[in-house]
Ligand binder design. Structure first.
Ligand SMILES: N[C@@H](CCC(=O)N[C@@H](CS)C(=O)NCC(=O)O)C(=O)O
Length: 289
């Protein structure tokens, strides 16, 4: 192992704003709004404030899947929240998500304004509202919820643990990279074993558990997160890999990935989505012409 560093924690932790790392400008030890900023509200029943990270993509994939099934009540305005610029700390955003993280949803249907935060809660809320992508049989429904909660509890080890230390930390530290690579590979093996038994995560049907898990672990296997596919030897998880590719090929998933996306090819970036035709007419390559 590389040599341990010399750090010894002080008696009382102090906020060191110069501690480096990719998110140094937005991380802070207090909650709440830092500035006044109202949120825009569009004409559609659902208002989403988000960014195309895995947590954001879960929700836009579900919304596009609902629309593909013909649920017009799932029409949505997706507004871009640039978290690196601290937009999640504006007063309007905080009033919808006091935790200041994307995604955040405001359901303006039926003359009310219902806020929903936490991506897992948003998936559950929408699947219950429309009665879709959640099995009705109690055993598969229970599996679906178990795996959905598993994803919410496990992905922070992948993102906040492995991804942070492998890709974003100011230096490569062997101890945390080893620790979180071990846990990430254990999670990948778990999913691979599960998918050797069932076609989809909860059983025989495609559910919100697949969407939640695909956004993180599927995209990791497809080489889209942290440039870590080789390091984690994702190709060795054969069942997980073929499930990842199968979900990736769905048209609604392709659309969902484009919404609120600010990196990659311009033709794949739809910064704001207000209408189904935006995928053809308002991607960044078209707007910059
Ligand atoms: N458990 C939350 C996590 C959301 C989350 O971590 N969002 C990140 C982007 S993926 C974020 O908004 N980060 C901004 C910040 O931490 O200030 C969920 O699933 O909704």
């Amino acid at each position: 192992m590389s040599s341990p560093n010399e750090y010894s924690p002080p008696k009382v932790w102090q906020w060191d704003t110069e501690n480096g790392g990719a998110f140094v400008k937005i991380n802070r030890p207090t909650a709440g709004a830092t500035h006044e900023k109202e949120l825009p509200i569009g004409k559609n029943p659902l208002q989403l404030y988000s960014l195309a990270t895995p947590n954001g993509v879960k929700v836009t994939v579900l919304l596009e899947e609902l629309l593909a099934l013909g649920y017009s009540g799932a029409e949505y305005d997706a507004w871009l929240c640039r978290i690196r610029d601290g937009q999640q700390f504006g007063s309007g955003f905080v009033s919808i998500n006091p935790n200041s993280k994307i995604p955040a949803l405001l359901d303006c249907s039926d003359g009310k304004q219902q806020r929903v935060f936490e991506s897992g809660a948003i998936l559950l809320y929408l699947s219950e509202k429309f009665g879709a992508f959640m099995p009705t049989k109690v055993d598969e429904r229970t599996e679906c919820l178990s795996w959905l909660f598993w994803q919410m509890a496990s992905a922070p080890y992948l993102g906040g643990g492995f991804g942070h230390f492998y890709a974003y930390a100011p230096e490569k530290f062997e101890y945390p990279i080893n620790r979180f690579a071990m846990e990430t590979k254990r999670q990948l093996d778990l999913l691979d074993q599960r998918l050797s038994q069932t076609e989809f995560i909860a059983g025989s049907s495609y559910t919100i558990a697949d969407m939640a898990i695909w956004a993180w672990y599927g995209q990791l296997c497809l080489g889209r997160l942290y440039e870590a596919a080789e390091f984690l030897d994702v190709g060795s998880y054969k069942n997980l890999m073929s499930w990842s590719e199968k979900i990736d090929a769905r048209e609604a998933v392709k659309r969902g990935r484009m919404v609120n996306r600010v990196s990659g090819e311009l033709s794949s970036q739809l910064h704001e989505r207000h209408h189904p035709t935006d995928f053809d007419l308002r991607t960044e390559d078209k707007l910059s012409q």
